[in-house]
Design a protein around this ligand. Structure first.
Ligand code: SF4
Length: 207
């Protein structure tokens, strides 16, 4: 794991890059409730953020509250989510979640570790690591980290904001891409274990 100074420098440069290059998505402004954050997490799973963004407002308006989701029923939710794909699975998850919402159970259906972390980040602004294939890829490459969760947590803590998760996601989408990472234009290059290794960056491992 990198030293504290290197982590601080990484976090500083990442957030500087993010402030100039961040992607704008509707769920990144004015997240009004944990229900909205939970829905967002379900919609984003295995789906490109740009695709979700196209349909987001329509879906949110129809599923604004758990009660609205229950009144639509599984078939109504399915129709609404059809443009995103995985609509049958997601409709069942959202309907089950709406029924369980408010029960206080830690086992709310449809919410795995990724969704719970995203809710903590988007709705409660807590300094938690959000682990997905993209955030993990970046920290593994830059830090050579074996414990990706710990690495993302430390980057977020050094940045002092849960937005560092979003910065890692955007950085993964625009610079440290799964295939053909843009190492030549990367502000983290001199800190990056992957770039310093003998393996050419263009063959960097995808995760
Ligand atoms: S130098 Fe290349 S592999 Fe390293 S963080 Fe930048 S884009 Fe990713």
């Amino acid at each position: 794991m990198a030293s504290g100074d290197a982590l601080s420098e990484l976090a500083r440069r990442l957030m500087e890059w993010y402030s100039a290059n961040r992607r704008e998505f509707p769920w990144r402004v004015g997240m009004s409730s944990e229900w909205q954050a939970a829905l967002t997490a379900i919609l984003l799973r295995k789906t490109r953020a740009e695709t979700v963004a196209k349909h987001y407002r329509e879906i949110l308006s129809a599923l604004e509250t758990p009660e609205r989701a229950l009144s639509l029923g599984v078939e109504g939710i399915e129709r609404l989510l059809r443009p995103l794909g995985l609509h049958r699975t997601r409709a069942r998850q959202i309907h089950a979640l709406a029924r369980a919402w408010g029960s206080g159970s830690p086992e709310l259906p449809g919410l795995g570790p990724y969704a719970r972390a995203l809710i903590e980040c988007l709705a409660r602004r807590r300094l938690v690591p959000v682990l997905d294939v993209n955030t993990v890829r970046v920290v593994k490459r830059v830090l050579g980290a074996e414990n990706a969760e710990e690495a993302v947590r430390r980057v977020v803590e050094r940045a002092g904001t849960c937005e560092a998760n979003l910065a890692l996601m955007d950085f993964a989408a625009l610079v440290c891409r799964a295939r053909r990472p843009r190492c030549g234009a990367c502000p983290l290059r001199d800190l990056c274990v992957q770039a310093a290794s003998s393996e050419p960056p263009s063959r960097a491992q995808s995760v």
